[in-house]
Design a protein around this ligand. Sequence first.
Ligand SMILES: [Zn+2]
Length: 651
Amino acid sequence: MAGTIEDKATADYVAQKFRDAGLETEIVEYKVWMNYPAEISVDLMAPAGVEMHGPGREHVQNDPYQDDPRVVIPFNGMSPSGDAEADVVYANYGTPEDFEKLEKLKVDVRGKIVLVRYGQNFRGVKVFVAEEHGAAGVIIYSDPADDGWRRGDKYPEGPWRPDTGVQRGSVGYMFEFPGDPTTPGVASVPSLPASQRISPQQSAQMPKILVTPLSYRDVWPVLQHLGGPDSPREWQGALPFTYHVGPGPSKLKMHLRQDYQLRTLWDVIGRVRGATLPDEWVVAGNHRDAWVYGAVDPNSGTSAMLEAVHGVGDLLRSGWRPKRTLIFASWDGEEEGLIGSTEWVEQHESELANAAAYFNMDVAVSGSKFGASAVPSLKQFLRDVTKVVPSPKGGTVYEAWQKASQADALAGQFPAEAFGESHHVPAVQVNSDVPVGDLGSGSDYTAFLQHLGVPSSDVSSSGPYGVYHSVFDNFAWFKKFGDPDFVYVQEMSRVFGLEAVRMADAEVLPYDYEEYGKEIAAYLDAAHRRAEDRFGARALDFGAVNAAAHHFESAGVKILAKQKNPPQDTERLNQALRGAERALLVPQGLPHRPWFRHAIYAPGEYTGYAAVVIPGVNEALDKGDSVRARQQLATLAGALERAAKALEGYR
Ligand SMILES: [Zn+2]
């Protein structure tokens, strides 16, 4: 866990591997505001005579790792301390629609403890919406319908969540801004004066109400004894009784004592200086901190990254030098709020203005199904990389990926998601090639893309994974279910290493702005239809923004022709290509969220991990605010014109 002595030991280990490969290596420290749990209890006060276990120990028959005394008790990062005692209301997944439904059922959640299940949205969104509705506290539990026995056999017989398994996780409002909650936009270097920090009480990232997670074994008697109306039928989970919404008579007492301090984090940064373009950085990273053991999240990614670094070491010994500077990063404090990556990005904002790409991994291997997300300019690059990596299934990764996505399309599904940190958000399809998802938030690419406009991607190989953020995400689970022969870790290592090496060595930057332009046009079509539904035809004028999108796309088509037939001196061409993504940043940021500056992608305030596309416009439409929508259309048109001009800067 971030900030512990075990975390420091893994930082030293990773640093040694980086040095062994010949990377210039440093361990970078930050001081950041974070909680560990001191005392966590949840007791069922009513009805009398009913017992629950409270936040009990996670336990199954025969797991070799569960009894280590260092295993942190289940808790939610960034919850405040405090006590609350109140009747319980069940609110399904805690989406805005779920709370609207409770209002229709005349169930008031003010002052209540809201019980919600994990799934469908980022856990911080559940808390954000509950806080908006006046709840006193939130209990988040894992229903067996979502990642337990309804899905398949539970651990240790199968890969799904056992009765006592608890999903830890941060409930910080990272969709406001990620990183240290007390230093938005500023790096939390150890020398930062206290006067430069905001107080945690003032931080828009910190929830104001109590939150803690439970297993379904613990929630069972609470939910079973709820009265009030039957819940809507789609709210029914897989526990064997009818779910009612309450309020009461189940009454809970929450007692949370969090140990908040400024704690030390350790990012490990290893670099190979570029031979000809040392000021253009290619960054590839994966977080290192885990909630407990984190065999999948993040260590499947860390082991794949270390093997890629090993490969780069062999290349260096053979005399190879990359054109651009290649940087590998082992981030800390991702789980608490993308902290290590965000602080580093904030510290290196000026150098990263020239970065060529950021490549991320996180939950890299939980099974055998390849998936990827990226900004549209990198989607074709990713497909091309997978065309030269062998798949353990035979053929190439690209072929296996294509086959699986065709099967998904036939079954009418989006690319299957691993439960948990669902990074791969189904995107609009503008061609018939394999679908690459859009980047929302939920991992370390966030600051690179959404704060600085560095083209980014995320790759993974996923499968049935019900132990996310529990003690059971450990080596025994991984060896039995995740990747028994470690062949998918090899696959991810090759994909990740090739992404980095190809980008660092590219003569002409392999960005595709034609695909980008087509996707933006599709986002605008969808927004236009929504605007007509909401405000009537012609209430909002999309003329200027559509013209700007068209301008951007045709500039993309023209520069793609140049990329295929490049001049001797590629510097100006590359400069134009790099400038375009940055031009899509809006300097003043999104309304109410100045840290998020990308005009095309942001995490949704009500979806969390999932991307909201053209967020300024779409969130204004969500709010029914036509004045703001008009203003945001103009802002977006401006960004698209700037990006088109950036591409045309090369003539
Ligand atoms: Zn992770």
